[in-house]
Design a protein around this ligand. Structure first.
Ligand code: ATP
Length: 371
């Protein structure tokens, strides 16, 4: 197999392969990188799996600058020639309960035992890196054929029970790469969703996976529709009454920065009642410090027109005068300054206000507050 890296990266990889031979370990590309290469997508991140202890291996290199390490997981991040590389040790894991975070059983295990713990056959193909920059493929579960056919298959029948976030990861791959769950996987998912084990569920892990699933603007919309239609919400709740159209419309209007976070908030947010806001100033103050994600979710839940008024008009209105301009007009330092600024803003926010620029604001202050 050929992998198209730049000459600089090829050089680094070659040196790593030579060092691995010297150190007595085998190193591999595995998972997403190999899947992407086999689908003709250029890899962007470089993750290397060490069959052995990655931390000891990286520490033995005199050309790697260590950035961070997690001895409990056997992972280490290093910079080599300005390129960030994540190294992981092979490991076996077990799931003491459904949905819980896995517990590491053995660090530095044989590659085949590491591959078995992975989510889908398409992500369980490894390629040993040789100093000649040839890659020796290890495809124990026919992942290459499944990549070719675009089929998502877990590696054992308890896989979704062990880790239901794999259902959401699968949906992500389905939408990104046009893959499909195998018939057997559809059945396993259906069975899991009928009787999901939530007692030990790592909600944090689910949230992280959801953020990633909904994080890509092109697919978020469809992902949320499937999340509801296929009842994937049952990983978290028995019932779910949220509407995909409401949040998708709100996202179009409010264009929040983080789409993934917006969907996740919408999924978990309690029902909201709009407060009584009686003036443009009250509306302005209510929304001013709310993060864009929160305003978007608030609107999806309430359809409160005040949020629209804020977004379309009030948000863009800013006072141009500052406290120091009032001091220059002869006002004394103190509470009054804040009150005058507030009143001027209120006048500027009013519908059809004649105050539009710095001079209008100064004139308003003079006329209203200087006898
Ligand atoms: P991409 O980064 O393009 O979304 P990826 O497959 O590289 O795809 P990562 O989340 O970076 O995604 O995971 C790296 C690899 O780790 C996967 O390819 C898979 O082999 C394994 N993996 C990740 N999450 C799980 C999981 N929940 N269960 C089992 N294996 C997993």
């Amino acid at each position: 197999m050929q992998i198209k890296f730049s000459d600089k990266i090829n050089n680094i990889i070659k040196n790593l392969a030579l060092e691995a031979e010297r150190f007595g370990v085998k190193i591999y590309f595995v998972g997403g990188l190999i899947r992407d290469v086999l689908m003709g997508i250029n890899p962007c991140d470089i993750d290397i799996l060490v069959e052995g202890n990655a931390i000891e291996f990286v520490k033995s290199l005199n050309f790697a600058q260590i950035k961070s390490q997690h001895p409990d997981f056997g992972t280490i991040k290093a910079q080599i020639d300005d390129i960030d590389i994540d190294f992981a040790s092979t490991r076996t894991e077990k799931y003491p309960h459904s949905g819980t975070l896995p517990v590491m059983v053995k660090l530095g295990c044989a590659i085949k035992d590491d591959l078995i713990r992975r989510d889908f056959t398409v992500n369980a193909v490894a390629a040993r890196i040789l100093p000649s920059l040839e890659y020796e493929i290890i495809d124990l579960f026919n992942g290459i054929s499944d990549i070719g056919q675009g089929i998502l298959k877990v590696l054992h029948k308890n896989s979704y029970i062990d880790d239901p976030t794999r259902i959401l990861r699968g949906l992500d791959f389905k939408l990104r790469f046009n893959f499909n769950f195998s018939g057997q996987d559809e059945k396993l998912i259906e069975q899991y969703l009928k009787n999901p084990g939530r007692e030990y569920l790592s909600t944090d892990r689910v949230i992280l996976t959801l953020k990633k699933l909904f994080g890509s603007k092109e697919n978020a919309n469809r992902a949320f529709v499937e999340f509801i239609e296929k009842k994937y919400y049952r990983i978290l709740f028995d019932d779910f009454y949220r509407n995909a159209r409401d949040i998708n419309e709100a996202i179009e209007i409010f264009k929040p920065q983080s789409i993934g976070e917006t969907y996740v908030k919408y999924i978990f947010e309690q029902k909201k009642e709009p407060p009584a806001l009686n003036s443009p100033l009250e509306i302005y103050k209510h929304f001013k410090n709310m993060p864009d994600v929160d305003i978007c979710v608030y609107y999806a839940l309430t359809h409160d027109k005040n949020a629209l008024l804020y977004q379309n008009t009030l948000k863009n209105i800013k006072l141009e005068i500052k406290g120091c301009d009032l001091l220059n007009l002869g006002f004394c330092q103190g509470k009054l300054i804040g009150e005058i600024l507030d009143k001027t803003l209120e006048a500027k926010l009013a519908q059809n206000s004649p105050i539009t620029n710095f001079q209008d604001e100064i004139n308003y202050v003079k006329k209203t507050f200087i006898p």
